[in-house]
Design a protein around this ligand. Structure first.
Ligand SMILES: Nc1nc2c(c(=O)[nH]1)N[C@H]1C(S)=C(S)[C@@H](COP(=O)(O)OP(=O)(O)OC[C@H]3O[C@@H](n4cnc5c(=O)[nH]c(N)nc54)[C@H](O)[C@@H]3O)O[C@H]1N2
Ligand SMILES: Nc1nc2c(c(=O)[nH]1)N[C@H]1C(S)=C(S)[C@@H](COP(=O)(O)OP(=O)(O)OC[C@H]3O[C@@H](n4cnc5c(=O)[nH]c(N)nc54)[C@H](O)[C@@H]3O)O[C@H]1N2
Ligand code: SF4
Ligand SMILES: [Mo]
Length: 690
């Protein structure tokens, strides 16, 4: 019997409570914590990756310096000194020539969240990029303009609803996103047991669709037309029913919607009038929630989609209502902590993109590095990101990175992106850090506070946590020490001044998490941050975009590419875990038999897939889970680039979906990449001569 440590798994957004049994530095087991009020014992196979990552021989443990193609271990002192000197020299030549890219794991580290700004401040740069613009930015723009704060996320009240409609999300694989909903399967079971229904709208019959009562295929990137038709149908069912008095402008939206022909909208999206009528009835009959996620965000009309989804919930009378869309009150309130969010504060140099929440589109990073002139990016700091695999037209970015004067990656692997760095600065191991779900608990189906102490001491006493590296970099660049409370001290202060006024000590006294109950309703009026304390539905920028929207039937002839996730992967970065990567190859081209047959493509054959950006060769998986005309490739693969040091991943390299996505295809309202809905040509691969 070893010692049991309570932790929160920080790998995905579900924030499951885990029990880690250790003996010395050896991990004996990782199990779900049945007493965690949010996750109730649930974990997924990825939880064991905490141990795999901790013990992975390929995980970097010392700062790395690249000289030509050779990598050397160096001291932290040397790393900070050299990076400081080089950055200052670059800043002296052109103060606008540095940039940051902040990757997804920053959202899973409160230390990073509280310290990343020290680095950007030291650089003094407007060139800020992040994984937000290949992800949730459309939701945040809609939140900002509807509720007055980019972080004001409403979530489906799954535990009390009777109808849950999921569009463009696959929580059975992802465990939920911008919705902290561990144990999704059992929550759906309970929903069904009380007579409720789950509906999934997706171009693939996903793992979530397979447990749903109804699955509707929708043509990729055509959701906006379906949502217009659905909003009209919902409004038609409740024409004289008032919604809350703090909601305004629905009538203006209704007037604008009148220009859309329902039949044309339905033809464009591929959903039937009967299904739309049925959903409108369910949405207006009892407690119901429409939830949209990545699939509706990473497309041309991502922000319109996020807005229309909110309006459907509002018009159906489900906003801030039990079993509808609810607004959690977290112990650590990001709404009070973070600025509301700004739009258009800066303009990007090359394509004139307006900044969104102070960021430029990740899709525009390559052109800002490639294009000469004042302000050309010469130094890039990547913090926990792998944009070569995660952003559109990754191969183009990969080439651009090779031309930088200085690139620093704060990362634990030498992977597709960090292999281009001049320095890689690795943080402490995953079990050596503490954790608080700062950004995720505010979107949780239950209000809880849970703090994880480090499970293990630092293996190497000289090793640094991410936040220490960020402060070290800031200090090395600016010459000014960062004199601020530690993240732990800051956390204690934020909790004490938060909605429940608890201290960190009180939270720690409940190792499985402190429970503040289910989300309350009727809270929105106080939580609103809009200037006039209303939800003004007819957002001018969205109304304008909707007025200009043409109903198009997608191009025929070509196939349309979408993405997917698998339960045993997490974006690009768990690929070096033996336990997670074993089993069948998961990096395949899913294609419907009807599309495969004319190409002479059988299950297991190699296919070439070509887009305007590039080409990949990948085994075909012929399956009627795909909507005809649509094909799917998962992202986060392509681990065989020269210079990488991830042995397990290399053996199971796969290909990168982002060799096919296009850096010019964006949602103009948010700068989000249109990763979904890429037109591709598929052919059976020519067999190479032996
Ligand atoms: N085609 C397509 N592309 C996509 C998506 C898609 O669905 N389809 N999904 C998009 C989405 S939603 C996202 S969020 C992005 C993700 O985009 P990124 O954040 O750029 O990429 P990740 O693959 O999450 O890589 C995270 C990196 O952080 C490192 N890392 C992990 N944990 C830590 C840590 O604690 N500290 C430090 N310093 N480093 C750490 C890993 O080694 C890895 O290099 O990808 C996007 N790209
Ligand atoms: N196991 C695992 N879990 C993860 C991750 C992971 O990589 N692996 N990544 C984490 C991250 S960073 C995020 S952001 C979340 C994302 O969480 P989810 O939003 O649940 O992400 P996906 O599983 O990619 O689901 C997106 C769905 O949208 C569908 N889709 C694609 N195009 C369209 C379209 O045009 N219209 C509609 N209606 N649907 C479309 C896809 O078929 C897919 O089923 O998952 C997180 N959790
Ligand atoms: S669902 Fe997410 S948080 Fe829960 S165990 Fe799996 S990876 Fe960890
Ligand atoms: Mo994401």
């Amino acid at each position: 019997m070893g010692e049991i440590h309570h932790r929160t798994c920080h790998i995905c957004e579900a924030n499951c409570g885990v029990l880690v049994e250790v003996e010395g530095r050896r991990v004996l087991s990782i199990k779900g914590d049945p007493d965690n009020p949010l996750s109730r014992g649930h974990i997924c196979p990825k939880a064991t990756a905490l141990e795999d990552l901790q013990n992975d021989p390929d995980r970097l443990r010392r700062p790395q310096k690249r000289v030509g193609e050779d990598w050397h271990d160096i001291s932290w002192e040397q790393a900070f000194r050299e990076i400081g000197e080089k950055t200052r020299a670059i800043l002296a030549r052109d103060p606008a020539s540095t940039a940051t890219y902040i990757g997804n794991p920053n959202a899973h580290s409160y230390g990073n969240a509280l310290n990343a700004h020290h680095l950007t401040k030291a650089l003094g740069t407007k060139n800020q990029f992040s994984a937000s613009t290949v992800d949730q930015m459309p939701h945040q723009v809609a939140n900002l303009l509807l509720y007055g704060h980019a972080s004001m996320f409403g979530i489906p009240d799954i535990d009390r609803t009777e109808t849950l409609i999921v569009i463009g999300g696959n929580p059975m694989a992802s465990n939920g996103s911008v919705w902290t909903v561990p144990d999704f399967r059992n929550r759906v079971r309970a929903l069904k047991a009380r007579g409720g229904q789950l509906v999934v709208i997706d171009p693939r019959r996903t793992e979530t669709a397979k447990i749903a009562d109804r699955h509707l295929f929708v043509k990729p990137a055509s959701d906006v037309f379906l949502l217009v038709a659905l909003l009209k149908a919902v409004m038609a069912r409740r024409p004289f029913q008032p919604v809350q008095d703090f909601v305004t402008g629905l009538d203006e939206v209704a007037a604008l919607l009148a220009r859309f022909d329902d039949a044309a909208c339905l033809a464009a999206s591929g959903v039937s009038a009967d299904d739309v009528a049925w959903m409108a009835e369910r949405l207006t009959a009892g407690p119901a929630a429409l939830y949209g996620r990545l699939g509706i965000a990473t497309q041309r009309h991502g922000t319109l989609n996020a807005w229309l989804i909110a309006l459907i919930n509002i018009a159906a009378g489900q906003l801030d209502r039990e079993g509808g869309t609810v607004f959690p009150i977290p112990a650590l309130d990001t709404i009070s902590m973070l600025p509301r969010g700004s739009l258009g504060k800066f303009t990007s140099r090359v394509s004139g993109h307006k900044s969104v929440l102070g960021e430029f589109p990740a899709a525009a990073l390559a052109e800002e590095i490639e294009t000469e002139g004042p302000g050309q990016i010469k130094a890039l700091f990547v913090v926990a990101g792998n944009p070569v695999l995660s952003t559109p037209n990754g191969p183009r970015l990969d080439k651009a990175l090779a031309g930088l004067d200085l690139m620093v990656s704060v990362d634990m692997y030498r992977n597709a992106t960090s292999r281009r760095a001049h320095y890689i600065l690795p943080p402490t191991g995953p079990l050596e850090r503490d954790h608080y779900g700062l950004f995720l608990l505010p979107m949780a189906v239950r209000n809880i506070a849970a703090y994880s102490k480090p499970t293990l001491e630092r293996e190497d006493p000289a090793a640094l946590h991410d936040w220490e590296i960020l402060r070290g970099l800031a200090q090395a660049i600016s010459g000014q020490p960062v004199q601020e409370p530690t993240p732990r001290e800051a956390l204690d202060h934020l909790l004490k001044t938060g909605p429940y006024k608890v201290s960190l000590a009180e939270v720690e006294a409940a190792p499985s998490g402190l429970d503040f109950g289910a989300p309350k309703t009727g809270v929105l009026p106080e939580r609103l941050r809009s200037d006039d304390q209303t939800v003004a539905c007819a957002v001018p920028a969205f109304m304008e975009a909707l007025a200009a929207l043409d109903v198009e039937v997608p191009e025929s002839g070509k196939l349309t590419l979408i993405g997917r996730r698998h339960l045993r992967t997490n974006n690009s970065w768990l690929a070096n875990s033996h336990r997670l990567t074993k089993g069948p190859n998961r990096c395949t081209l899913m294609i419907h038999p009807q599309d495969a047959a004319p190409l002479g493509l059988a299950d297991g054959d190699l296919a070439t897939v070509r887009s305007s950006s590039g080409e990949v060769t990948i085994p075909a998986e012929v399956t009627d889970d795909m909507m005809p005309g649509t094909v799917s490739i998962p992202h986060g693969w392509g681990h065989d680039l020269p210079g990488m040091a991830m042995q397990v991943a290399r053996a199971r390299a796969g290909v990168s979906a982002n060799a096919l996505t296009e850096s010019g295809a964006l949602d103009p309202l948010s700068g989000n990449a249109a990763l979904s809905g890429v037109q591709v040509e598929v052919a059976k691969a020519e067999l190479e001569a032996a």
